[in-house]
Ligand binder design. Structure first.
Ligand code: 0L1
Length: 245
């Protein structure tokens, strides 16, 4: 079964072949849910959702052109300043992001749901992505089924929600700046991504619960992640650091 294959690839950090051609987007999300169910059955807890391909830089880097959503569990979280064990990953990459926190439940099936007003805080974030597919190659259905390459994430200090439409974003590796961007790269404004979450969550059955976090998607292209210290700084929001070893 495909979900078991993807789950084992993630658990054993061994790349697996891409899915057969012809899988629809809805089928791909169903596989993603089945993979997530295996993680939850193993004791992990759902803590939020994450976007993929909300910026042109990421779409161009991976050759796809649609926003996608994956799911986050507590086992994927690394503390700010903490370590990411590289032996648990296949071919990881790192991206600079911002992350939202929901203060109350949002019902995605409610056409009047206002997700922006449900957000009480924002923070800088490091996302470590890791495709489970050979050569980090995939089409849209592949990457959706593979939980949008979700692997690990770290969150910096929370700040009250403010004007986050055009904040400078910097990714550095071992103290050397490697990517610069702006939160405006996230669909023109990160709130635009957030609003799109409601429709996707309704269609694909993602809960949006109080306390959940939502990673907004990378503001720049991803860079390979190895034994090093990566830091994301977002103007006005501060920074967050992860060490790979
Ligand atoms: O932030 C993002 O756009 C993550 C995309 C995840 C898919 C990938 O590039 O592997």
């Amino acid at each position: 079964m495909t979900a078991v294959r993807l789950h084992e690839a993630q658990r054993n950090a061994v790349a697996t072949p891409q899915l057969p051609e012809g899988i629809s987007i809805d089928e791909a999300y169903a596989i993603q849910h089945a993979v997530l169910d295996l993680r939850l059955a193993a004791g992990e807890r759902l803590v939020g959702t994450k976007f993929g391909f909300t910026s042109r830089a990421k779409m161009a880097q991976m050759g796809v052109s649609d926003i996608i959503v994956g799911q986050l569990t507590d086992a994927m979280r690394v503390e700010d300043g903490g370590e990411a064990d590289l032996t648990t990953l296949v071919h990881p990459r790192v991206e600079p992001e911002i992350v939202f926190r929901l203060a109350r439940d949002v019902d995605p099936t409610d056409p009047l749901a206002d997700i922006v007003s449900a957000v009480d805080a924002v923070a800088p974030a490091v996302e470590i992505i890791d495709s489970r597919y050979w050569d980090f190659k995939f089409n849209l259905a592949d990457v959706i089924a593979d939980n949008t390459s979700g692997a690990l994430f770290a969150i910096g200090g929370w700040r009250p929600i403010a004007d986050i439409g055009n904040l400078a974003v910097r990714l550095s590796v071992d103290g050397r700046d490697v990517q610069f961007g702006s939160t405006a790269a996230i669909l023109g404004h990160p709130f635009r991504a957030l609003r799109q979450m409601v429709g996707i969550a309704a269609r694909q059955g993602f809960p949006l619960r109080a306390g959940h976090v939502i990673l907004a998607g990378a503001a720049t292209a991803a860079v390979p992640f190895g034994p090093s210290v990566v830091r994301v700084d977002v103007a006005g929001l501060g920074g967050v650091t992860v060490r790979g070893r």
